[in-house]
Write a protein that binds this ligand. Structure first.
Ligand code: KIV
Length: 265
C-alpha cells in the first residue's frame, strides 16, 4: 500500500522514525522501494551527483520532471516527493503553484521547497491551500549557497538558531506535512523537533530528528570517498563497480569473455 503524507505525519505520534533517501531514476527507486524506505525524494541534488555540477542552481524544471517520472514509475509503496528547483517558486505564488502542479501531474505525492522567509511561507500556504502537500526545508539550504557564503552549518549562533526555530514554526503554521532540517547543530534540531507537531527529517542534523535522509550516492558509497562528516556510506559501490569493470575489460582483452556459456551455438 502506498504511503501518504498522512501516514508520514502519523509516524511521529506513533514514535516510528521515518526513513528517506533520494533517487533519480527507475532502477534506484525500485531498489529503495523494495528495501522498505518510507520516503523517496527526487532531489535537485541530481545536479551535483548525477550531472556533475558544482551547485544545484542550474537544475531545471524539465530535468526534475523527467527524473520524477522515472521514479514514480518504479515505486509502489514509498511516498514520492519532488524537489522544486531554483527559481521554480521564488518568483511568485503563481509560478510556485504552476510548477508544483506539474510535479503532482507527473505522479509525485508532494513537493519540497527551500527556505523559511516570509515569501517562502507564503508560497507554502498557497500550495497547501491548493491541495499540494509540501515539505519545508530549513537550515542549510543549498539553493542559497551564495547568500550563505558557502555550504556551512547554520544556526550555530543564538540569533540564527532562533531565526531557524521561528521559521520552523511559521512553516508548520503554513501547513507543511514535514520539515527537512539540513546542516544544523543537533541541539537546535532537537529543539525544533520538540517544538513542532509535524515530523522532522534530518540530514547533517543529528539523531534527534523524527527521521533521516541521505543522498543515494553518499549512502551507497558511489562517490570518490570524500564524504562530508554527516554521511555514513553503507556500502562502497564505487570500489565494487570499478573492480567489476576492470575484470570485464581484462577478460575482453584476454579473450575470456564471452565464454561458451555466453555464446549461441
Ligand atoms: O536535493 C536533495 O537531495 C536534498 C537533500 C538535502 C536531501 O534536498
Amino acid at each position: 500500500m502506498t504511503l501518504t503524507v498522512r501516514d508520514i505525519r502519523g509516524m511521529k505520534s506513533e514514535g516510528r522514525r521515518i526513513t528517506a533517501v533520494t533517487a533519480y531514476d527507475y532502477p534506484s527507486a525500485k531498489l529503495a522501494d523494495a528495501a522498505g524506505i518510507d520516503l523517496i525524494l527526487v532531489g535537485d541534488s541530481l545536479g551535483t551527483v548525477v550531472q556533475g555540477l558544482a551547485t544545484t542552481l542550474p537544475v531545471t524544471m524539465e530535468q526534475m520532471l523527467y527524473h520524477t517520472g522515472m521514479v514514480v514509475r518504479a515505486v509502489n509503496n514509498a511516498l514520492v516527493m519532488a524537489d522544486m528547483p531554483f527559481m521554480s517558486y521564488q518568483q511568485s505564488v503563481a509560478v510556485a503553484l504552476k510548477n508544483a502542479g506539474k510535479f503532482l501531474a507527473r505522479g509525485a505525492a508532494a513537493v519540497k521547497l527551500e527556505g523559511g522567509s516570509a515569501a517562502a511561507v507564503e508560497r507554502v500556504a498557497a500550495l497547501v491551500e491548493a491541495g499540494i502537500p509540501v515539505m519545508g526545508h530549513i537550515g542549510l539550504t543549498p539553493q542559497s549557497v551564495h547568500a550563505m557564503g558557502g555550504y556551512r552549518v547554520q544556526g550555530k549562533e543564538t540569533a540564527e538558531a532562533e531565526r531557524i526555530l521561528s521559521e520552523a514554526r511559521a512553516l508548520e503554521q503554513a501547513g507543511v506535512f514535514s520539515l527537512l532540517l539540513e546542516g544544523i547543530p543537533e541541539k537546535l534540531a532537537r529543539q525544533i523537533s520538540q517544538a513542532v507537531a509535524v515530523p522532522t527529517v534530518g540530514i547533517g542534523a543529528g539523531v534527534h530528528c523524527d527521521g533521516q535522509i541521505l543522498v543515494w550516492h553518499d549512502l551507497l558509497g558511489l562517490g570518490d570517498g570524500n564524504y562530508p562528516k554527516f554521511v555514513k556510506p553503507y556500502a562502497h559501490l564505487s570500489r565494487t563497480i570499478k573492480k567489476a569493470l576492470r575484470t570485464y575489460a581484462d577478460e575482453v582483452r584476454g579473450g575470456a569473455f564471452p565464454g561458451p556459456e555466453q555464446t549461441y551455438h
